[in-house]
Write a protein that binds this ligand. Sequence first.
Ligand SMILES: Nc1nc2c(c(=O)[nH]1)N[C@H]1C(S)=C(S)[C@@H](COP(=O)(O)OP(=O)(O)OC[C@H]3O[C@@H](n4cnc5c(N)ncnc54)[C@H](O)[C@@H]3O)O[C@H]1N2
Ligand code: MOO
Length: 439
Amino acid sequence: MTGSTESSCCTESEGPVPRMWTVDEHLADVLAQIAPLPAIELRLLDAQGCRLVEDVVAGGDLPPFDNSSMDGYAVRTADTAGATEQYPSVLTVVGDIAAGAGDLPKVGPGQTARIMTGAPVPPGAEAVAPVEWTDGGTGTGRAADSMGAPVDGEEVRVLRPVSEGAHIRRRGSDIRTGDDILSAGTLLGPTQLGLLAAIGRDTVRVRPRPRVVVLSTGSELVQPGDPVGPGQISDSNSFTLTAAALDAGAIAYRVGGVPDDPAVLRAVLQDQLGRADLIVTSGGVSVGAYDVVKEALQPAQGGESYGDVDFRRLRMQPGKPQGFGRIGGVPLLALPGNPVSAYISFELFVRPVIRTMLGAPDVHRPVVRAVCGAELRSPAGRRQFLRGWYAGDGSVRPIGGEGSHLVGALAKANCLIVVPEEVTSLAADSTVDVVLLAG
Ligand SMILES: Nc1nc2c(c(=O)[nH]1)N[C@H]1C(S)=C(S)[C@@H](COP(=O)(O)OP(=O)(O)OC[C@H]3O[C@@H](n4cnc5c(N)ncnc54)[C@H](O)[C@@H]3O)O[C@H]1N2
Ligand code: MOO
């Protein structure tokens, strides 16, 4: 941390005034203390969504052997030259080759072997006649579209010429030994994991997904589905923030509804430390009597603090009260409890932390310029983040009001409209910065 909340200046009339941080100062302070997680070797499916930290080189060819791309007959091309439906090439079937076969018959002049898709091309054969180009070994001379039982020693009629290499997938035609197939930094999704499996890798060296513990505080919270008594509300923040952490690429654990009891909160935090690369709390960071996160981590009455967390006020709306520091070496971001404040704080500060830990190149949400059709008002000295709808044609409109409890409007928004600190009003059709939330 670069400073403490209580670093202050004074005015004659008002006494000490706690320092206020700008959004950029707070973000820079947080990110300066976050590094990409150390690389580890993971099994393939545990590596989904992670970035490679090694260049992967193919240790073998793909396909590993010449194989058939069709069910049919492996033939010598000269044997099929001039074949027609009227005058087919009649070949003796010397074997039956299924995918996975290791023992292959040799195909000599006038001979063929029945072959299945993916089966190795036998020695002597130069091409594959799909079964539809033959009589299917029926002896009728009519083209077949299915293949019967093994036909060793029987005959098959090929009804048209087959050119060299036809329907053969050559060894190494996809990947050759020594090819660079995936480079460090590649994000592993289904097709990259499939490729690693195809070349026989069962583990891979990656930067792991950070494990994020999301914890909401407040004695008024009940879990969704439970009865809501007088003065109580459903805990929504732990769901929003857990989903947002997953969306950012983390492994997220939701711990909902810790009551306003500092001892309980400390115990829960202690319990969670073992599985966390990052802890995110919501609520209890303001100036009220039951601000449990503040109380637990930085007691006002000279009690012993737990961890090293700095509580500060930011020049932004919503999201003014924030906490940041470490507990037991684990970074912790304490977000304000108002649901819109919590979510916007996550987008601005927590998401970049997760993306940094992941080693992602895109740490921040994209920001575009857009024309806002509506007039906007904003408090002086605060960077305001209004919920909006970005139409994609360069226009944006605000959704809902400024209130940081307005979850209905938040759920309809796809962007945040940014009104800078020094601006208190903007005329309709002004150009504004817009933080794109989706995608
Ligand atoms: N006298 C002052 N009061 C407040 C100030 C201030 O500067 N002076 N700041 C206001 C601002 S801004 C915010 S933001 C909030 C932040 O307060 P807390 O972080 O302590 O949040 P809580 O008091 O715990 O909750 C605020 C609000 O949000 C609801 N909430 C909390 N957690 C959840 C949850 N998990 N799911 C849904 N809703 C939640 C809670 O019930 C409250 O209504 O302080 C202002 N006050
Ligand atoms: O900062 Mo509070 O987050 O304005 O509602």
